[in-house]
Write a protein that binds this ligand. Structure first.
Ligand code: FE2
Ligand code: FE2
Length: 290
């Protein structure tokens, strides 16, 4: 259990566009009035839904830090907010600021509670089709394989990269800019990187459809957990909640997932994952009382 002095908790993939997921979000409560919450993307698709969830959470947790998922960046036809690409991202950043939620565009906050100090770094990097299926060596080949097998991410139709020519070009720009910012961070305190996608490819090896990995990150970040002084990595997107270690660095996949997923397997790791202080047993999550 978290100490009375507060805990840094994490979740992702709230997908509040599904009515069944809203009661889960309503159950997300801090364990003390000093808890921070990290939200690693895929809150929802429609701007009003995203606002509903982030407003609820920002009213409960001392600090909420958000990194965008691919779903927030969709422009669904039914959304009155029809902004695309960078303009949509900037709209969401403004929305977060109006709620007091921290984004990748803000100075990185430092968690000084139990397990700290740690600099909390929300990232917005996207993906670039470099996690390609075996036997393919270009983005075109990877996409062709996906279309042939029928495993095509909806991003191809709803996540517009405007004004960039492609999602991978947007990813390249974001990655370069973020890398510069990380290089400028002092070595102390260490970083807690929060990204919608795993920074390394390894976690995608357990995907049911390997063709889907091309929408799950970028090789550009493969060594970030070694190059920078990283205390841990929080990610989502895969909807495979678990804890793994790469080169000794703790990676936490903290997704809640779709109703069709959690109705089958439940939430054995809880709805909120305790990141700091690092739990003695990494198998334990926090299941808020209903
Ligand atoms: Fe998701
Ligand atoms: Fe996602």
């Amino acid at each position: 259990m978290p100490s009375p002095a507060g805990a840094l908790l994490a979740t992702s993939d709230l997908h509040v566009g599904y009515a069944e997921n809203r009661p889960l979000v309503e159950r997300l409560r801090p364990t003390s009035d000093q808890d921070w919450l990290v939200v690693a993307g895929d809150v929802g698709e429609v701007a009003a839904d995203i606002e509903w969830a982030l407003r609820l959470l920002s009213g409960r947790f001392a600090t909420v830090v958000w990194a965008p998922g691919n779903h927030e960046l969709w422009t669904p036809r039914q959304d009155p907010v029809q902004l695309r690409g960078v303009q949509r991202y900037e709209y969401l950043v403004r929305l977060c600021r109006s709620l007091g939620v921290l984004t990748p565009e803000d100075p990185y906050p430092v968690w000084t509670g139990p397990g700290g100090p740690v600099r909390v770094v929300p990232l917005f990097l996207l993906y670039d089709y470099s996690f390609r299926p075996a036997g393919t060596s270009t983005k075109a080949e990877a996409l062709a394989r996906a279309h042939a097998t029928g495993v095509v991410c909806t991003d191809e139709y709803l996540l517009h990269p405007d004004p960039y020519p492609s999602r991978d070009a947007w990813c390249a720009a974001r990655t370069a800019e973020t890398e510069r910012r990380l290089r400028d961070c002092p070595p102390d305190p260490p970083l807690l990187l929060v990204n919608h996608y795993p920074l390394v490819r390894d976690p995608t090896s357990v995907l049911r459809y390997p063709e889907f990995a091309q929408w799950c990150g970028t090789e550009r970040t493969a060594d970030w957990h070694r190059r920078f002084r990283v205390a841990g990595v929080v990610y989502g997107h895969l909807h495979i909640p678990r804890t793994t270690r790469y080169d000794g660095v703790r990676f936490e996949e903290v997704s809640i997932g779709y109703p069709r997923e959690w109705s089958r397997r439940g939430h054995p790791r809880g709805l909120l994952r305790q990141i700091l202080p690092a739990p003695a047993s990494p198998g334990l999550g926090i299941v808020p009382s209903s």
